[in-house]
Design a binder for this molecule. Structure first.
Ligand code: PDD
Length: 285
């Protein structure tokens, strides 16, 4: 079956799905995006993802290209037309097409909207969660507003590539104080030796993950000890467990950081239980 993408009002075969060479997303990364998990053909936590999208747009003063109701229809239509049961749906909105100039274009310029979807391999993802992943740490050299979900991801790209080149799956960014900020496309967590679940507060230095937000509900319901605070790389090395969270991976155990085994070097029981419980707390639409 051929893939279908939505581009500015049209559902197109992938081959024909194109944006203009002077799209500001292409030239300046002047664009925001969202990724939702699709599970059993339904969108997971779409409401919260669209709330965050609304915030990203308003922080950058990009106007929504279509109504929220229409966007809801497009997202579900792209999932349906691509017959996705398990996978992700991706949406991107740029400030639109205009002659290259750093300042905003005239208000008459329409923002561009692209929506794509693709299946993920559930068996492979479950196997990855069962084995856990290795991460390496890299200096966080991103801009000061990574709480806005922009497509400006070059430091994330370079961090992930550095991880791959060192035989790891992902990278954890570390700030100037030696504290972990987040992973290249996920939030970072540890479980301390005393059993407290720790993750960094969602300020401007990390993306406020939707998976993170829902997991806080799971943690509360299970009455786990939770500390929302920074943690250092040293503390992470000594942690009992570590894991990352994102829409595409939900809760993914981390079993090595910079080559050092975390806990006994296998996925921890808390991370595994949180992964299992997650969808009881997430919204499906
Ligand atoms: N990444 N931090 C960063 C830098 C991210 O890019 C993401 C998501 C997250 C987790 O957010 P959420 O739980 O809402 O997915 C945290 C998506 C999945 C991506 O770029 O593909």
């Amino acid at each position: 079956m051929s893939r279908i993408a939505y581009v500015n009002g049209q559902y197109l075969p992938f081959r024909e799905a194109k944006v203009h060479v002077e799209d500001r997303g292409y030239q300046f990364a002047d664009a925001v995006y969202e990724v939702c998990e699709v599970r059993d053909g339904r969108l997971i936590d779409q409401r919260r993802h669209l709330q965050r999208l609304q915030r990203s747009l308003s922080e950058l003063r990009i106007r929504p290209p279509i109504s929220w109701g229409a966007l809801d229809v497009v997202l579900h239509e792209v999932v349906a037309r691509n017959r996705i049961r398990y996978g992700i749906v991706y949406l991107q909105i740029s400030r639109g097409v205009a002659r290259r100039d750093h300042a905003f274009p005239p208000v008459s310029v329409e923002p561009s909207l692209v929506v794509t979807a693709r299946p993920l391999n559930r068996t492979r993802n479950e196997a990855l969660a069962a084995s856990g992943i290795a991460v390496v740490t890299v200096p966080d050299n991103r801009w000061g507003r990574v709480d806005i979900k922009t497509t400006s991801l070059l430091p994330n790209v370079l961090a992930r590539q550095a991880a791959v080149e060192q035989g790891a799956r992902d990278a954890w960014f570390v700030d100037d104080a030696g504290a972990v900020t987040e992973a290249s496309s996920a939030n970072a967590w540890i479980v301390t030796a005393s059993g407290a679940v720790v993750t960094r507060p969602a300020d401007h230095a990390i993306l406020r993950g939707i998976t993170r937000m829902v997991l806080l509900d799971v943690i509360k319901a299970q009455a786990l000890t939770f500390e929302e605070r920074s943690f250092t790389v040293k503390e992470a090395y000594a942690a009992r467990e570590a894991f990352i969270t994102s829409a595409s991976q939900i809760v993914l155990p981390v079993v090595r950081i910079d080559g050092r085994p975390i806990g006994d070097g296998r996925p921890g029981p808390l991370a595994t239980a949180l992964r299992r419980e997650f969808h009881k707390f997430a919204e499906a639409s």
